[in-house]
Design a protein around this ligand. Structure first.
Ligand SMILES: Nc1nc2c(ncn2[C@@H]2O[C@H](COP(=O)(O)OP(=O)(O)OP(=O)(O)O)[C@@H](O)[C@H]2O)c(=O)[nH]1
Ligand SMILES: [Mg+2]
Length: 252
């Protein structure tokens, strides 16, 4: 089994992209399992094989512990980590070729509390990869680009997994794609763009951050995709294959 973790800021397109990857692999004859780790989600664009909502119930946590929405989501996430053995057993029963793991909307819950890295490290699989979704709708300026890339780097540090950087919603930002891809591959053009947009402390901070991030591989190989039009999916599949199947086509 090979496992793909969907990670990214709230609303960046994780769940919808999970369903598109499911469709792609299924069309190519592989058996795909879906694991939902978001205890608070109401509707998903795919059918779950394994679902944390079978183990934790946000509404009863809110009532029982007199917590607000955020407190109960935090508690639910921490509880989910204690269910890893049960979830693993269910996943083993499904026994897919590929397991797609959809994570909670609030990225800090998955990436920065203990449960996310615990799952990333302890779910058993031959190969694991994280897809970090850079929300195209947020990448409106070069400094936003640097701050999201910083978040992607920070998530990589937390999860300790191979990571593929994806630029989502490319259908909504046709006029920006060229600039964003240039920023992600050409440091001088990104520095120029930042100089035009920011000054003073913001400029210095953005430049220093990106120079230090660049050492470790800054927003490497950003792949634009659209869940709406399907554009970019072939490039994403090739990147997944390079990591999961050592360059072979879909393995079933
Ligand atoms: N135009 C366009 N809309 C998209 C794309 N991907 C996702 N969306 C829309 O963006 C919204 C959020 O998508 P989701 O897949 O729920 O995103 P998510 O990251 O799972 O969201 P949370 O789990 O709540 O953080 C939905 O309304 C999607 O229809 C895309 O590529 N293009
Ligand atoms: Mg989602």
């Amino acid at each position: 089994m090979k496992t793909i973790f969907m990670v990214g800021t709230a609303g960046s397109g994780k769940s919808l992209l999970a369903s598109k990857i499911f469709d792609y692999y299924t069309r190519n004859g592989a058996f795909v399992g879906m694991l939902n780790l978001d205890p608070a989600v109401e509707n998903l664009p795919y059918t779950c094989d394994v679902d944390v909502r079978d183990y934790v119930d946000i509404v009863s946590i809110m009532r029982q512990y007199d917590l607000g929405p955020n407190g109960s989501i935090i508690m639910a996430n921490d509880l989910v980590a204690s269910k890893i053995e049960e979830l693993q057993r269910e996943v083993d029963n499904v026994n897919p070729d590929y397991l797609i793991v959809d994570t909670p909307g609030q990225i800090e819950l998955f990436a920065f509390r203990a449960s996310g890295s615990f799952f990333a490290q302890n779910l058993e699989a031959e190969q694991k990869v994280a897809l970090f979704l850079h929300d195209g709708a947020l990448l409106t300026t070069p400094t936003n680009f640097v701050s999201i890339a910083l978040l992607a780097t920070s998530v990589k540090l937390r999860l300790g997994l191979s990571q593929i950087n994806i630029l989502t919603k490319m259908d909504l930002i046709e006029d920006k794609i060229k600039d964003i891809l240039k920023w992600s591959t050409n440091m001088a053009s990104l520095e120029d763009a930042i100089a035009k947009q920011a000054d003073g402390e913001s400029y210095t901070l953005a430049i220093n951050l990106l120079r230090s991030l660049n050492v470790g591989g800054f927003a490497q190989g950003l792949i634009p995709v659209s869940n709406a039009t399907g554009e970019g999916m072939t490039n994403l599949q090739a990147a997944l294959s390079r990591i999961l199947n050592l360059g072979e086509e879909v393995e079933d």
